[in-house]
Design a protein around this ligand. Structure first.
Ligand code: COA
Length: 164
């Protein structure tokens, strides 16, 4: 059976934390679709098109990443539309669990065939979040350890710290 799993998130921007989960997921599933939520309520710094492009560049080396799409819908409806019944979520610490349990339950209620699969973040990246990285960048701290090279440049450029 050919299984496509969806890895959803806001990816504002994609970090080594996300890449850790995506890379490991590509070894489990035949095909990965990365679904990038518009998520206006989070007031993303990168627009959806930019987040898709940065994610595309950051995952070029991963053959099983077959599709990267933006969405503005319920995640469960998107999974149904994409004919996928597996959702991947990364769990960094115990504090992520509460939210993830609720999200998985809601998604299952909307689309009962949908299974949420949780991968534990590797400990080296388990403290990363996109917000932390953006905050460090705003104060001109070193964000190199957290982001792929192109994403690092794009964030500095977005914050007007780097002009080509
Ligand atoms: N390593 C490092 N960081 C990680 C990570 C990992 N493995 N996994 C997540 N993160 C970070 C992200 O950088 C993000 O940081 P931030 O909050 O500082 O930006 C945070 O953890 C959570 O991000 P993410 O996994 O992208 O989830 P999200 O909460 O931003 O988005 C959606 C979750 C898109 C799946 C959810 O909002 C959604 O389903 N939206 C569609 C509407 C819907 O169906 N809602 C549910 C029913 S009401």
């Amino acid at each position: 059976m050919n299984t496509t799993a969806i890895y959803p998130g806001t990816f504002d921007p994609i970090t080594f934390g996300h890449l850790d989960i995506i890379t490991r997921a590509t070894k489990i599933f035949d095909s990965i679709t990365i679904a990038i939520s518009n998520n206006f309520k989070k007031k993303p710094i990168f627009n959806l098109k930019e987040r898709i492009e940065l994610t595309r560049i950051a995952t070029l080396h991963l053959k099983n990443v077959k599709k990267i799409l933006g969405f503005n819908d319920l995640l469960a409806n998107l999974a149904k539309k994409e004919k996928s019944h597996v959702l991947i979520r990364g769990v960094r610490t115990i504090f992520d669990f509460d939210y993830e349990i609720k999200l998985a339950a809601i998604n299952k209620q909307i689309y009962p065939e949908l299974e949420s699969v949780f991968l534990l973040s590797s400990k080296e990246v388990s403290f990363i979040s996109s917000s932390f990285v953006k905050e460090i960048a705003r104060y001109k701290g070193n964000i190199k350890p957290y982001l792929p090279k192109e994403v690092h440049f794009a964030l500095l450029k977005k914050l007007n710290f780097y002009k080509k």
